[in-house]
Design a protein around this ligand. Sequence first.
Ligand code: AMP
Length: 301
Amino acid sequence: MSIVVVGSVAYDTVETPRERRERQLGGSASFFAVAARGRGTVRCVGVVGDDFRDEDLDLLGRHADIAGIRRVPGRSFHWSGRYHADLIERDTLATELGVFADFQPDIPADWRDAEYLFLANIHPALQAGVLDLMRGPRLVALDTMNLWIETTGDLLRDILRRVDVLLVNESEARLLTGERSLARAAAAIREMGPARVVVKKGEHGALFFGRDSTLAVPALVLDDVVDPTGAGDCFAGGFMGSLAEAGVGRDAPDAAFRQAMIDGTVTASFCPEGFSVEGLLKVDDAAYAARLRELRGMMTP
Ligand code: AMP
Protein backbone atom coordinates (compact mmCIF):
# COMPACT_ATOMS: atom_id res chain seq x y z
CA MET A 1 0.00 0.00 0.00
CA SER A 2 1.23 3.50 -0.55
CA ILE A 3 0.62 6.69 1.40
CA VAL A 4 1.01 10.08 -0.21
CA VAL A 5 1.79 12.88 2.26
CA VAL A 6 1.90 16.60 1.64
CA GLY A 7 3.13 18.87 4.39
CA SER A 8 6.01 21.02 5.48
CA VAL A 9 9.56 19.82 4.90
CA ALA A 10 11.29 22.28 7.10
CA TYR A 11 14.11 23.54 9.20
CA ASP A 12 13.22 23.99 12.85
CA THR A 13 15.05 26.09 15.39
CA VAL A 14 14.10 24.72 18.79
CA GLU A 15 14.98 26.03 22.21
CA THR A 16 14.40 23.91 25.29
CA PRO A 17 15.44 24.83 28.84
CA ARG A 18 18.52 22.65 28.33
CA GLU A 19 19.58 23.23 24.74
CA ARG A 20 19.08 25.16 21.55
CA ARG A 21 19.23 23.54 18.12
CA GLU A 22 19.42 25.67 14.97
CA ARG A 23 17.84 24.69 11.67
CA GLN A 24 17.49 20.98 12.22
CA LEU A 25 15.40 18.72 10.01
CA GLY A 26 11.70 19.13 10.81
CA GLY A 27 8.34 19.74 9.21
CA SER A 28 5.07 17.89 9.43
CA ALA A 29 5.73 15.73 6.36
CA SER A 30 9.25 14.80 7.52
CA PHE A 31 8.13 13.59 10.94
CA PHE A 32 5.19 11.77 9.39
CA ALA A 33 7.33 10.01 6.78
CA VAL A 34 9.94 8.75 9.22
CA ALA A 35 7.24 7.64 11.68
CA ALA A 36 5.26 5.68 9.05
CA ARG A 37 8.30 3.98 7.58
CA GLY A 38 8.18 0.24 7.11
CA ARG A 39 4.37 0.10 7.17
CA GLY A 40 3.82 1.05 3.54
CA THR A 41 5.51 3.09 0.85
CA VAL A 42 5.47 6.71 1.96
CA ARG A 43 5.59 9.22 -0.89
CA CYS A 44 6.34 12.84 0.08
CA VAL A 45 5.10 15.90 -1.75
CA GLY A 46 6.64 19.25 -0.81
CA VAL A 47 9.26 21.83 -1.59
CA VAL A 48 12.59 22.85 -0.11
CA GLY A 49 14.91 25.76 -0.85
CA ASP A 50 18.48 25.68 -2.07
CA ASP A 51 19.60 26.00 1.57
CA PHE A 52 18.33 22.48 2.27
CA ARG A 53 21.23 20.15 3.03
CA ASP A 54 21.81 17.05 0.90
CA GLU A 55 22.27 14.97 4.03
CA ASP A 56 18.74 15.85 5.20
CA LEU A 57 17.20 14.92 1.85
CA ASP A 58 19.25 11.72 1.90
CA LEU A 59 17.93 10.90 5.36
CA LEU A 60 14.33 11.36 4.23
CA GLY A 61 15.08 9.42 1.07
CA ARG A 62 16.17 6.41 3.12
CA HIS A 63 12.70 6.16 4.65
CA ALA A 64 10.37 7.51 1.99
CA ASP A 65 10.07 8.16 -1.72
CA ILE A 66 11.03 11.82 -2.10
CA ALA A 67 10.55 12.21 -5.86
CA GLY A 68 7.68 14.60 -5.03
CA ILE A 69 9.91 17.00 -3.07
CA ARG A 70 11.09 19.81 -5.32
CA ARG A 71 14.17 21.89 -4.60
CA VAL A 72 13.86 25.46 -5.84
CA PRO A 73 15.81 28.69 -5.37
CA GLY A 74 14.98 30.37 -2.05
CA ARG A 75 14.78 29.57 1.65
CA SER A 76 13.25 26.43 3.09
CA PHE A 77 10.23 26.66 5.39
CA HIS A 78 11.54 27.64 8.81
CA TRP A 79 9.76 27.29 12.14
CA SER A 80 11.19 28.37 15.42
CA GLY A 81 9.85 27.75 18.90
CA ARG A 82 10.80 28.01 22.56
CA TYR A 83 9.62 25.51 25.15
CA HIS A 84 8.71 26.49 28.70
CA ALA A 85 10.24 24.70 31.69
CA ASP A 86 7.49 22.02 31.62
CA LEU A 87 8.53 21.03 28.05
CA ILE A 88 4.85 21.10 27.11
CA GLU A 89 3.92 24.73 26.58
CA ARG A 90 5.76 26.46 23.79
CA ASP A 91 5.86 29.82 22.09
CA THR A 92 6.18 30.01 18.34
CA LEU A 93 8.85 32.62 17.63
CA ALA A 94 8.74 32.51 13.83
CA THR A 95 6.97 30.77 10.96
CA GLU A 96 8.67 31.63 7.67
CA LEU A 97 6.96 29.99 4.71
CA GLY A 98 9.91 30.64 2.36
CA VAL A 99 9.55 28.56 -0.81
CA PHE A 100 6.18 27.21 0.40
CA ALA A 101 4.67 30.66 -0.23
CA ASP A 102 4.49 30.12 -4.03
CA PHE A 103 4.48 26.35 -4.12
CA GLN A 104 2.06 24.71 -6.58
CA PRO A 105 1.77 21.06 -5.66
CA ASP A 106 2.30 18.52 -8.36
CA ILE A 107 2.34 14.76 -7.93
CA PRO A 108 4.17 12.26 -10.12
CA ALA A 109 1.53 10.62 -12.36
CA ASP A 110 2.05 7.15 -10.93
CA TRP A 111 1.43 8.40 -7.35
CA ARG A 112 -2.10 9.57 -8.05
CA ASP A 113 -3.60 6.13 -7.51
CA ALA A 114 -2.12 5.81 -4.01
CA GLU A 115 -4.57 4.22 -1.59
CA TYR A 116 -3.90 6.56 1.33
CA LEU A 117 -3.55 10.31 1.47
CA PHE A 118 -2.33 12.27 4.47
CA LEU A 119 -2.73 16.03 4.30
CA ALA A 120 -0.23 16.99 6.99
CA ASN A 121 -0.21 20.44 8.51
CA ILE A 122 0.38 23.06 5.81
CA HIS A 123 -1.66 25.80 4.10
CA PRO A 124 -5.09 24.33 3.23
CA ALA A 125 -4.76 25.51 -0.39
CA LEU A 126 -1.82 23.13 -0.80
CA GLN A 127 -3.73 20.34 0.92
CA ALA A 128 -6.66 20.93 -1.48
CA GLY A 129 -4.30 21.04 -4.49
CA VAL A 130 -2.98 17.58 -3.68
CA LEU A 131 -6.41 16.16 -2.89
CA ASP A 132 -7.66 17.40 -6.29
CA LEU A 133 -4.91 15.49 -8.10
CA MET A 134 -5.62 12.14 -6.45
CA ARG A 135 -7.79 9.50 -8.08
CA GLY A 136 -10.04 8.04 -5.41
CA PRO A 137 -7.88 7.16 -2.39
CA ARG A 138 -9.38 4.63 0.04
CA LEU A 139 -8.83 6.96 2.95
CA VAL A 140 -7.99 10.65 3.37
CA ALA A 141 -6.84 12.11 6.70
CA LEU A 142 -5.97 15.70 7.52
CA ASP A 143 -4.07 17.56 10.23
CA THR A 144 -4.11 21.31 10.69
CA MET A 145 -3.33 23.98 13.28
CA ASN A 146 -4.64 27.17 14.87
CA LEU A 147 -2.89 29.41 12.32
CA TRP A 148 -4.89 27.93 9.42
CA ILE A 149 -8.13 27.70 11.40
CA GLU A 150 -7.84 31.40 12.19
CA THR A 151 -6.61 32.68 8.82
CA THR A 152 -8.05 30.26 6.23
CA GLY A 153 -11.10 28.82 8.00
CA ASP A 154 -13.40 28.81 4.95
CA LEU A 155 -10.89 26.97 2.81
CA LEU A 156 -10.34 24.46 5.58
CA ARG A 157 -14.07 23.83 5.99
CA ASP A 158 -14.35 23.22 2.21
CA ILE A 159 -11.70 20.50 2.33
CA LEU A 160 -13.08 18.92 5.49
CA ARG A 161 -16.15 17.86 3.50
CA ARG A 162 -13.84 15.57 1.50
CA VAL A 163 -11.86 14.13 4.42
CA ASP A 164 -12.45 10.86 6.32
CA VAL A 165 -10.37 11.46 9.45
CA LEU A 166 -9.40 14.76 11.07
CA LEU A 167 -6.51 14.80 13.55
CA VAL A 168 -6.29 17.92 15.71
CA ASN A 169 -5.16 18.82 19.18
CA GLU A 170 -7.68 19.79 21.81
CA SER A 171 -7.32 23.56 21.52
CA GLU A 172 -7.66 23.33 17.73
CA ALA A 173 -10.82 21.22 18.08
CA ARG A 174 -12.30 23.93 20.30
CA LEU A 175 -11.15 26.75 18.04
CA LEU A 176 -12.60 25.09 14.95
CA THR A 177 -16.01 24.48 16.49
CA GLY A 178 -16.43 27.01 19.28
CA GLU A 179 -17.35 24.12 21.61
CA ARG A 180 -15.62 23.69 24.98
CA SER A 181 -16.61 20.08 25.48
CA LEU A 182 -14.44 17.80 23.36
CA ALA A 183 -17.36 15.41 22.84
CA ARG A 184 -19.43 18.25 21.42
CA ALA A 185 -16.48 19.55 19.38
CA ALA A 186 -15.96 16.08 17.86
CA ALA A 187 -19.67 15.81 17.05
CA ALA A 188 -19.55 19.23 15.37
CA ILE A 189 -16.47 18.22 13.34
CA ARG A 190 -18.20 15.00 12.26
CA GLU A 191 -21.04 17.15 10.91
CA MET A 192 -18.47 19.09 8.86
CA GLY A 193 -17.42 15.93 6.99
CA PRO A 194 -14.89 13.61 8.65
CA ALA A 195 -16.64 10.48 9.96
CA ARG A 196 -13.81 10.00 12.45
CA VAL A 197 -12.00 12.50 14.64
CA VAL A 198 -8.79 12.09 16.62
CA VAL A 199 -8.18 14.68 19.34
CA LYS A 200 -4.54 14.70 20.47
CA LYS A 201 -3.96 15.74 24.05
CA GLY A 202 -0.16 15.71 24.25
CA GLU A 203 1.13 14.06 27.43
CA HIS A 204 -2.48 13.07 28.26
CA GLY A 205 -2.84 10.85 25.20
CA ALA A 206 -5.46 10.95 22.50
CA LEU A 207 -9.21 10.51 22.05
CA PHE A 208 -10.90 8.77 19.15
CA PHE A 209 -14.44 9.62 18.14
CA GLY A 210 -15.68 7.07 15.61
CA ARG A 211 -18.94 6.18 13.88
CA ASP A 212 -20.27 4.28 16.87
CA SER A 213 -17.54 4.24 19.50
CA THR A 214 -15.17 6.41 21.51
CA LEU A 215 -11.71 5.43 22.74
CA ALA A 216 -9.24 7.14 25.06
CA VAL A 217 -5.60 6.04 24.88
CA PRO A 218 -3.12 7.39 27.44
CA ALA A 219 0.30 8.58 26.37
CA LEU A 220 3.32 6.57 27.53
CA VAL A 221 4.90 8.08 30.62
CA LEU A 222 8.44 8.96 29.54
CA ASP A 223 11.51 9.14 31.78
CA ASP A 224 13.06 11.93 29.79
CA VAL A 225 11.61 14.44 27.34
CA VAL A 226 14.22 16.11 25.15
CA ASP A 227 12.11 17.83 22.47
CA PRO A 228 8.42 17.10 21.84
CA THR A 229 8.35 18.91 18.46
CA GLY A 230 6.70 16.74 15.84
CA ALA A 231 5.05 14.26 18.22
CA GLY A 232 1.64 14.98 16.69
CA ASP A 233 2.94 14.26 13.19
CA CYS A 234 4.58 11.08 14.45
CA PHE A 235 1.26 10.02 15.95
CA ALA A 236 -0.28 10.55 12.52
CA GLY A 237 2.51 8.53 10.87
CA GLY A 238 1.97 5.58 13.20
CA PHE A 239 -1.82 5.89 12.84
CA MET A 240 -1.88 6.06 9.02
CA GLY A 241 0.89 3.48 8.73
CA SER A 242 -1.17 1.09 10.83
CA LEU A 243 -4.25 1.63 8.62
CA ALA A 244 -2.23 1.19 5.42
CA GLU A 245 -0.51 -1.94 6.68
CA ALA A 246 -3.89 -3.47 7.55
CA GLY A 247 -5.52 -2.25 4.30
CA VAL A 248 -8.21 -0.33 6.20
CA GLY A 249 -10.47 1.93 4.11
CA ARG A 250 -13.11 4.46 5.11
CA ASP A 251 -15.85 1.82 5.23
CA ALA A 252 -14.04 -0.37 7.77
CA PRO A 253 -15.52 -0.63 11.27
CA ASP A 254 -14.24 1.50 14.13
CA ALA A 255 -12.22 -1.45 15.49
CA ALA A 256 -9.52 -1.01 12.81
CA PHE A 257 -9.17 2.67 13.68
CA ARG A 258 -8.97 1.87 17.39
CA GLN A 259 -5.96 -0.36 16.69
CA ALA A 260 -4.40 2.50 14.73
CA MET A 261 -4.79 4.71 17.83
CA ILE A 262 -2.56 2.28 19.72
CA ASP A 263 0.05 2.26 16.96
CA GLY A 264 -0.04 6.05 16.73
CA THR A 265 0.49 6.36 20.47
CA VAL A 266 3.42 3.92 20.57
CA THR A 267 5.09 5.55 17.55
CA ALA A 268 4.66 9.08 18.91
CA SER A 269 6.22 8.10 22.24
CA PHE A 270 9.68 7.87 20.67
CA CYS A 271 9.64 11.35 19.16
CA PRO A 272 10.17 13.47 22.32
CA GLU A 273 13.18 11.37 23.33
CA GLY A 274 15.43 13.21 20.90
CA PHE A 275 15.71 16.36 18.82
CA SER A 276 14.37 16.36 15.27
CA VAL A 277 13.80 12.74 14.11
CA GLU A 278 16.61 11.34 16.31
CA GLY A 279 14.26 9.64 18.78
CA LEU A 280 12.29 8.00 15.97
CA LEU A 281 15.38 6.67 14.26
CA LYS A 282 16.25 4.62 17.35
CA VAL A 283 13.05 2.56 17.11
CA ASP A 284 13.48 -1.08 16.19
CA ASP A 285 11.10 -4.04 16.46
CA ALA A 286 12.20 -4.89 20.01
CA ALA A 287 11.85 -1.32 21.29
CA TYR A 288 8.44 -1.02 19.65
CA ALA A 289 7.21 -4.31 21.12
CA ALA A 290 8.43 -3.34 24.60
CA ARG A 291 6.58 -0.05 24.46
CA LEU A 292 3.43 -1.72 23.18
CA ARG A 293 3.56 -4.04 26.21
CA GLU A 294 4.09 -1.06 28.48
CA LEU A 295 1.08 0.73 27.00
CA ARG A 296 -1.11 -2.38 27.34
CA GLY A 297 0.05 -2.67 30.94
CA MET A 298 -0.95 0.93 31.58
CA MET A 299 -4.44 0.23 30.26
CA THR A 300 -5.07 -3.04 32.12
CA PRO A 301 -6.67 -2.95 35.59
P1 AMP B 1 4.02 19.52 16.22
O1 AMP B 1 5.03 19.57 17.33
O2 AMP B 1 3.41 18.16 16.05
O3 AMP B 1 3.01 20.62 16.29
O4 AMP B 1 4.80 19.75 14.85
C1 AMP B 1 5.82 20.70 14.71
C2 AMP B 1 6.31 20.67 13.28
O5 AMP B 1 5.36 21.36 12.48
C3 AMP B 1 7.63 21.40 13.11
O6 AMP B 1 8.56 20.51 12.54
C4 AMP B 1 7.35 22.58 12.18
O7 AMP B 1 8.30 22.72 11.18
C5 AMP B 1 5.99 22.26 11.60
N1 AMP B 1 5.16 23.46 11.53
C6 AMP B 1 5.04 24.44 12.47
N2 AMP B 1 4.20 25.40 12.07
C7 AMP B 1 3.77 25.02 10.84
C8 AMP B 1 2.88 25.60 9.86
N3 AMP B 1 2.27 26.78 10.07
N4 AMP B 1 2.65 24.92 8.72
C9 AMP B 1 3.27 23.75 8.51
N5 AMP B 1 4.12 23.16 9.35
C10 AMP B 1 4.38 23.78 10.50
